[in-house]
Structures are given as C-alpha cells and as structure tokens.
Write a protein that binds this ligand. Structure first.
Ligand SMILES: Cc1ncc(COP(=O)(O)O)c(C=O)c1O
Length: 401
C-alpha cells in the first residue's frame, strides 16, 4: 500500500464520496427535486426500463440521482456493497424483514427492541405465516436454543432501545450462519462509523436516518445496507413496488448531514459519557446504563465492537414514574422528546411513550421499569448538560424523599 492507494478514513469518505456533479460543476451536491425523467427518444426509454441495475433513472420511486448519492455515500462509510434509502427507519426495517421472508419461515429476535420493530415481528408477520421467537439477546445460548430448521432470519438492535444492552454481534452472526439464516441488525443506536455490524458478520444493516444521520431534527429517512445481490434481489423489488421511497429533498439533507456525522457523534458521545459518569452514584439515581461506562457490564464488549459508547444513556430514577417525572420537570436545558441522535439533548420516559403499548409485566421482562429515562446527548456544552442532569436528579430525590 502506498500513500496514493491507502484507504481513506470515514471522515474523508463522508465529505467526498459520490459527489456526482452536474455539468455546472457545483461544489455542494445538487438537489434533483424531480418525480420523473425525460428521454431523447423511445428507444432510450425502452432501454432504461429493460436495465434493472438502476444505472439509468426512470422514476423517483425507483431511484433518483440525489437519493443515489446518499445511498452510495452511506454504503462507502459502512463498507457495504450496496444501499437503498427509504422514507423512514421503519420502512427500512420492514423491507429488511418482508423482502427476504416468506410464509412458513421462522425468525429469532431480541426481546428488547424499539416498539415498532417488535410490532412488525409480533403482530404483522404472523398474518403472513411467519412466526418469531423472542430471546434474551445478551445470551448466545438462548439464540442457539431457539433455532429451528425453518429459521430464516435473526434480528437484533445493539445497543437495544431503550435498555442500551449490547449484543455480541459476531457471536450471533456465527449462530445465524451455522443455521443457514441471515442476521439483520437495526443499528439505529449503534450509529454509522461507531459500530459496523457488517464487519462483524451481519448480512443486513438498517438505519433510521432520522436519528444521527440527519441529526438535527428535520427529516425522516432510513436505509438498508447489504450485498449487491441481496439488495437487488430482495430489497429493490420490495421498495419499488410498495413505494416507501426517500424524497430527494430529504436525501439531500441526509447527504449534507453525513459530512458532519463523525464530528457531531464524537461530541455527543463525549457528552453522553460525561453525563453517565456524573449520574453514577448521584442522589436518587438507582442505575446508569451506558455501554461506554468503564464500571458497566458491557464495557469489554463495547470496546470490541464500538469505537465509543454511543450518544444515548438510560437511567433508573428512584421512586418509579413519580421520580422520573420529577426529574423531567426539573430540567432546564434538555428537552422532553421521544427522538434521539439530535443536536438538542432529549429525554423520554419509555414506559409511557415508546414502549407504552406493552403491559407492565412485558416491560419488566424487557428491563424497562417505571423509573427509567432514556437520555440522548446533544451538542451542548458538557458542563451545562452535567449541571442539568445533576440538578434534576437532586430535585427528584428531594421530591420523592
Ligand atoms: C431502534 C429503532 N429502529 C427504528 C426506528 C424507526 O425509525 P423512524 O422513526 O425513522 O421510522 C427507531 C425510532 O425511534 C428506533 O429507535
């Protein structure tokens, strides 16, 4: 390897990859806000429709130059052969499940998942003859024991929303492949450039681009990354005919946001760690869950499969729901919102928001107590955030008594 052939760092790829310029040679990527495309003659239209590679554009539900730039850039960051963008993160998860699965197939999935991911597996897929066994994702033996001859796919989030539990992706990939199944990882909380499930053996990765990729609270979006063959055979037909296309405008916002992703995530992860360390042992705080916390159970695994602990932490406040709500009332800087990955620090109470659909027993089995809060670290100054959460913890402890 010489200086001219050395692979480029993600920060560099995130700025320059797939900046396909129009004849005007613009510096910033062009926004092709168009539904369709015109052809010089019928022969060209016929040839474009015959070519299924997507190289020539025919209609923005199938593909669009700005969306393609976003897809190529995120694929380069992930080291994936191919990517397809979607209107939301849930459209990406749905495509990654519905694209490859068929009636009679069995899925093994982590029991702790974002509410809508679990809804697809538990409520939608059974209507099409696809069943799921939910397992404790942190226990490889539980995954192994749940495998059946008809198991076609394993599904997990790492870190899991909202418990922040890490899953050993390489170990679960090995179990999937030994059983002839695919491993799909929803990496919304793992974040591009922080955790790379494909490099650890996963076959398919999905993102809610709504989260860190936009990172500034503006656009919804999603993406599925996998081998070229998988994307062309299983994902592209699903997206093309069911229609959850990413709008070119949202793709343009996401494309520009990728340029600052590593900078933003580094700062947010430092802020998350600062808050996690400050809250450990603070009054009224029963437990702090953050993969990058040296005293935590997932620290070794975090060091093996992530470049940092991520931008989100979960805390258990004494006094259950009353304690958690008192914490929320006392915040000065942080905002109450069920999103994460944003420039603004956000806090949510999973038991009454993202996971309210589950019964108290189901939530307890997932490790989601009534005192749990999920905190997403933003770009503010660390001292302001630490003061905010310590002040809120003290106020909650005083109120609960
Ligand atoms: C783990 C996970 N996957 C998927 C999604 C869905 O993303 P979107 O809101 O972009 O559909 C979320 C949203 O919070 C999430 O937390």
């Amino acid at each position: 390897m010489t200086e001219t052939t050395r692979p480029l760092h993600p920060d560099t790829l995130a700025v320059h990859t797939a900046a396909h310029r129009s004849p005007y040679g613009e510096t910033s990527e062009a926004l092709f806000l168009t539904q369709g495309f015109v052809y010089p003659d019928m022969e060209t239209a016929e040839a474009r429709f015959k070519d299924k590679s997507g190289a020539g554009f025919v209609y923005s539900r199938f593909g669009n130059p700005t969306v393609a730039m976003f897809e190529q850039r995120i694929a380069a960051l992930e080291g994936a052969e191919a990517a397809r963008a979607t209107a939301t993160g849930m459209a990406a998860v749905a495509a990654a499940l519905m694209g490859p699965l068929k009636a009679g197939d069995h899925v093994v999935a982590a029991s702790v998942l974002f509410g809508s991911c679990r809804f697809i597996l538990a409520e939608i897929l059974p209507k099409f003859g696809i069943t799921t066994t939910f397992v404790d994702a942190t226990d490889p033996q539980a995954w192994r024991a749940a495998m059946r001859p008809e198991t076609a796919l394993l599904f997990l989030e790492s870190p899991a929303n909202p418990t922040m539990d890490l899953v050993d992706i390489a170990a679960i990939a090995e179990i999937a492949h030994a059983g002839g199944a695919l491993l799909v990882v929803d990496n919304a909380l793992g974040i591009p450039t922080v955790s790379n499930p494909l490099a650890l053996g996963a076959d398919v990765v999905t993102y809610s681009a709504t989260k860190h990729i936009d990172g500034q609270g503006r656009c919804l979006g999603g993406v599925v990354l996998a081998s070229k063959a998988f994307i062309e055979e299983k994902i592209q037909p699903w997206l093309r005919h069911t229609g959850p296309a990413l709008s070119p405008f949202n793709a343009w916002v996401m494309l520009k946001s990728l340029e600052t992703l590593t900078l933003r995530v580094e700062r947010q992860a430092r802020n998350a760690l600062a808050m996690a360390q400050a809250l450990e042992g603070a009054p009224g705080i029963v437990r702090v869950r953050y993969p990058g916390l040296p005293s935590g159970p997932d620290y070794d695994l975090c060091r093996r499969q992530m470049t940092c602990g991520g931008t989100v932490l979960a805390i258990d406040v004494a006094g259950g729901k009353a304690g958690a709500f008192a914490f929320g009332r006392a915040l000065r800087v942080m905002k109450i919102s069920n999103n994460f990955g944003d420039a603004k620090s956000l806090v949510t109470h999973p038991a009454t928001t993202t996971h309210e659909r589950f019964t108290p027993d189901e939530r307890a089995a997932m490790g989601i107590g009534d005192g749990m809060l999920r905190i997403s670290a933003g770009l503010e100054h660390a001292e302001d955030l630490v003061a905010d959460v310590l002040g809120a913890a003290e106020a909650a402890a005083t109120e609960i008594g």
